[in-house]
Design a protein around this ligand. Structure first.
Ligand code: IVH
Length: 461
């Protein structure tokens, strides 16, 4: 017969294993209903025997009391930043110019007195840096980066992040482990969250990074629990009482994986020499739009920890690592005109003509506005300052308008009204699709339930 204490322990272990299979390994071994059944049993047992509740119980992930504010945490090891290297692309050929990265590699080789260095490369996640502290295998504190020296205590919120272990995996747990990594929101979860925001008449989030930041910095961790956040580990800041100490960055990552942390599967590895690193950079840049999370570059680190130590730090950044950035996918520009294009199928598409802007690695002068509903929803007008986005080979699009920069004029006083009312109105009218095709003059029509308007001229245009 199992005692209540024993049963609770078994349930916690089983549920944590199922959750790890689901959230970290992407390989669930039981149907959701089975997980739910055991979870309810655990909830009931914990209510009856609160003295046997475990700190790593999955019931600790739903959020707790509402805080008045976040406590300050002093980082035992400062959270530093990285120096950047950019690789601008040739407008015509698209070829990368890697001079900045090559200069970094040359400095490293010279300093170490070698011809070639072994590097570790991984994505530069576009989220928020956090630090997780485990004592004897149990998550005891989580903090944001803050100014690098002190951050905010977000332990309750971090516990709601499903792929962060509340208890480290394996038999032998280190006495102390401080994990560094990035909290982010997957692109799909971000899109779903914004759908819900819009449906509830609330402001959508600007991008996944902002949504992740807003979700992590909630004083009410129950709200964080409803936002799906994700964590990727990228380093160890402190480790003691471990069986064996890693000697390279790759060994650190391997250990973190064994302890239950998610790594960017398929996108991290060791590469010898600059040329091999650059091949990986170009591969990652190409895969970037298809990744389920946003990245803004590749972080390249000298793999050997001994060599890292030899290189040391300069001001607030390591000399053994660099953020090899990708071209920004978003930029600001202004709308010079809004035209319509008629496609081969007769689809009439509004197109923004833009002041030329360098985005996603190329100069962009046009961006699609998709259809009338989209123009109306975003309220894009001539003269507006807009955010344009070009991700990979996807057609550039206007993401949103900076309404505070919209050109305005003084409102014409109404007949018989005050001569000067002092109020302003937009210089330009909202855009409307023309009623006739600009190519053949036939009527433009939109079928009920359809987003796309079409020229009715058949094959004429
Ligand atoms: S390592 C001492 N690895 O980049 C080096 N940082 O500019 C510590 N970041 O605030 C950082 N992905 O949030 C490292 N794979 C990665 C990263 C990464 C994103 C962020 C991190 C930090 C910033 C440094």
């Amino acid at each position: 017969m199992s005692t209540p204490q024993h049963r609770i322990r078994t349930l916690v272990q089983t549920l944590n294993r199922y959750a790890h299979e689901y959230y970290t390994l992407d390989a669930p071994s039981v149907p959701d209903a089975e997980y739910d059944r055991l979870y309810r049993e655990l909830e009931a047992m914990e209510a009856e025997y609160p003295q046997f509740r475990l700190p790593e119980s999955p019931t600790q992930r739903v959020g707790g009391a509402v805080l008045d504010g976040f406590e300050t945490v002093v980082h035992a090891v400062p959270m530093l930043s990285l120096n950047n290297a950019f690789s601008p692309r040739d407008d015509e050929t698209g070829a990368f110019d890697h001079a900045e990265f090559l200069a970094f590699d040359e400095r490293v080789c010279k300093e170490l007195g070698v011809a070639q260095v072994e590097y570790a490369a991984e994505p530069k996640f576009d989220g928020l840096a956090v630090s997780l502290l485990y004592q004897n295998g149990i998550l005891v504190q989580a903090a944001t980066r803050g100014d690098g020296t002190t951050g905010e205590n977000v332990t309750e919120n971090i516990k709601t992040v499903r792929n962060i272990p509340l208890k480290l995996h394996g038999e032998k747990q280190p006495a102390l482990l401080e994990v560094r990594g990035e909290v982010l929101m997957l692109k799909a979860d971000f899109a779903a969250l914004n759908q819900r925001q819009l449906a509830a008449n609330q402001k959508p989030f600007v991008n996944p990074r902002n949504a992740a930041a807003g979700s992590l910095r909630q004083l009410d961790s129950k709200i964080t629990a409803q936002r799906k956040l994700h964590f990727f580990a990228y380093g160890i800041a402190q480790l003691s009482g471990a069986e064996r100490l890693p000697e390279s960055h790759m060994e650190e990552l391997a250990l973190l994986h064994e302890l239950g942390f998610s790594l960017p599967e398929g996108y991290f590895g060791a590469y010898t020499g600059a040329a091999a690193v650059l091949r990986e950079y170009e591969r990652l840049a190409e895969h970037r739009p298809r990744l389920p999370y946003e990245i803004d570059g590749m972080v390249v680190k000298v793999n050997s920890l001994a060599e890292q130590q030899q290189l040391g730090f300069v001001s607030r950044a390591p000399r053994w690592a660099i953020a090899h950035k990708f071209p920004a996918e978003e930029a600001l520009t202004t709308v010079e005109a809004i035209d319509v294009q008629v496609g081969r199928t007769g689809a009439v598409t509004p197109v923004a003509r833009l002041a030329p802007v360098f985005v996603g690695g190329v100069t962009v002068t046009n961006a699609t506005l998709h259809n009338q509903d989209e123009v109306a929803r975003k309220d894009v007008r001539v003269g507006d300052t807009v955010v344009v986005r070009r991700a990979g080979d996807v057609i550039p699009e206007v993401v949103r308008v900076l309404l505070e920069r919209r050109p305005m004029v003084e409102k014409q006083p109404a007949l018989g009204g005050d001569l000067f009312s002092g109020s302003l109105e937009p210089l330009h009218e909202p855009f409307r699709l023309p009623e006739t095709c600009p190519v053949c003059g036939s009527a433009v029509e939109r079928e009920a339930g359809e987003a796309v308007a079409r020229c009715t001229g058949g094959m004429l245009c």
